[in-house]
Design a protein around this ligand. Structure first.
Ligand SMILES: Cc1cc2nc3c(=O)[nH]c(=O)nc-3n(C[C@H](O)[C@H](O)[C@H](O)COP(=O)(O)OP(=O)(O)OC[C@H]3O[C@@H](n4cnc5c(N)ncnc54)[C@H](O)[C@@H]3O)c2cc1C
Length: 428
């Protein structure tokens, strides 16, 4: 039995398997050692193995134990800051490259699901729901921007009547449907990817926290009971890395977000809430996100705790949000509640780079990580294989410190979020 079990979530309770991998208890070698078995680590592993490298993955807890096994399951295209703001930072030419990559993460997920026959309740279609006319204006601009970058044919603006036909809530004035988005059971996706890694000859060790990375021509990655000597290391610990690589901690902040899952709904109630079975997220700065599970529960998430303290009563935080959207659920029971951490950066863009020549990292996708992490895995694998154009584009994004430094970054960020939440509430 692993010493660090999965969070007690609906996903852990409905996982396809509970197979435990061994703990690393030996000194071994591999071309690449990956730290962390979330989507970043697993996608990197699959892409490297497909290129013919040998790979060992070390996971402190269980496969998908971090955000990858606990998230809202929403496959959201583009990045946490959109292509236009990236373009302002990196210029037009490189901005075009980001535009081309903006929908690749969701394609990678769907390719992996089909290629490796991963059973994770994939459903097509995601909706961005506008709460006020200002947000609707942003969605119109977002559609135009994405289409300008070639993402045509699967985006549809929804007016007031249109949004009511996909979400039975009076909160929204309109929306944007992305038929190339969708949703999945996130832990089952991670577990399926782990099986894919193993089917390609990769090794995964659980309960094997990395305690030290010894850099050099052939870096050595140490756990309490063993080590991996490698040509390259990929650090994919994201919000759970703690103090392992202090240089990666300095310009990012772990944040908690909470999710609840209802009891199974009747077929009629489920079909009335979300008739097309799309996932939905609203356009607020601190957004709500929800969808139906494979067995017709409502999975509803929202809220952010800066600094990632675990709230004592998650239902008390999320249930009022859920009832604001769906008052018709007032008598429905909540079966599961949990919290998980994502990694926020000041720019809300991921941090990608190298430490020395052969230690690579990607972290900090700031909320919308399901698609980005899969793209990141492909890009890290390409870079290690010697094609670094796309890696270099991500690595050129600046990493900023949070205002207030180590002491005050949490209260400063909370004040910033309060300001944006007030603007959302007032629709300005
Ligand atoms: C509650 C919640 C809801 C979310 N909802 C969505 C959503 O609906 N859509 C979306 O796009 N994004 C969502 N996100 C964000 C998304 O889940 C993450 O961005 C993404 O899963 C990050 O993947 P990762 O592999 O980088 O990190 P993680 O999945 O967190 O994996 C990191 C792994 O590294 C391991 N690790 C850390 N340190 C060490 C070490 N020293 N040694 C060995 N292993 C180590 C950890 O144990 C962990 O398993 C959500 C996040 C949360 C928390």
């Amino acid at each position: 039995m692993s010493s660090v079990p999965h969070a007690e979530s609906y996903y852990a309770a409905s996982a396809n398997d509970k197979v435990e991998r061994p703990q690393l208890a030996d000194n071994v070698e591999a071309d690449i050692c990956i730290i962390g078995a979330g989507y970043t680590g697993l996608s990197t592993a699959i892409h490297l193995l497909e290129l013919g490298f040998s790979v060992t993955v070390l996971e402190a807890a269980r496969i998908g134990w971090g955000a990858s096994g606990r998230n809202g399951g929403q496959i959201v295209n583009s990045f946490s800051r959109d292509i236009d703001s990236i373009e302002k930072t990196v210029g037009k030419e490189s901005g075009k490259l980001f535009g081309e990559m903006a929908f690749e993460g969701s394609r990678i997920i769907k390719e992996l699901i089909h290629k490796y026959n991963i059973q994770c309740d994939l459903k097509e279609g995601g909706v961005f729901a506008a709460i006020n006319p200002k947000q609707m204006g942003h969605l119109e601009a977002q559609k135009a921007l994405w289409e300008k970058h070639g993402h045509m044919g699967h985006l549809e603006l929804l007016d007031g009547k249109g949004i009511r036909s996909v979400v039975d809530s009076e909160r929204y004035v309109g929306g944007l449907l992305d038929k190339s988005g969708g949703h999945i059971h996130p832990l089952n996706l991670a577990l399926g990817e782990a099986h894919a890694v193993e089917s390609l000859g990769g090794k995964i060790f659980e309960d094997s926290a990395v305690i030290k990375v010894e850099q050099g021509d052939n870096p050595v990655v140490h756990t309490a009971k063993g080590s991996v000597k490698a040509k390259f290391v990929v650090v994919a610990g994201n919000a759970y890395l703690n103090g392992l690589m202090p240089q990666l901690q300095a310009k990012s902040m772990p944040c908690g977000t909470q999710v609840v899952t209802t009891e199974p709904l009747s077929d009629e109630l489920a079909a009335s809430l979300l008739p097309q079975d799309y996932c939905v997220e609203d356009c607020n700065y601190l957004l709500d996100y929800f969808r139906l599970s494979g067995d017709k529960r409502l999975i509803y998430g929202g809220g952010v705790v800066y600094g990632a303290r675990d709230p004592a009563d998650i239902e008390a935080i999320i249930r009022p949000k859920m009832l604001e959207t769906f008052p018709q659920l007032k008598d429905v029971k909540i079966d599961y509640t949990w919290t998980g951490n994502f990694l926020l950066t000041l720019s809300r863009l991921p941090q990608v780079g190298r430490i020395g020549d052969n230690v690579y990292y990607s972290q900090g996708c700031s909320g919308h990580g399901v698609t980005y992490t899969h793209l990141a895995g492909k890009i890290l694998a390409e870079a290690i294989h010697g094609q670094a154009t796309r890696f270099d584009a991500f690595a050129s994004l600046p990493h900023y410190p949070f205002p207030g430094g180590h002491m005050f970054k949490i209260p400063f960020s909370a004040i910033g979020a309060w300001y944006y939440t007030m603007r959302d509430r007032l629709g300005i």
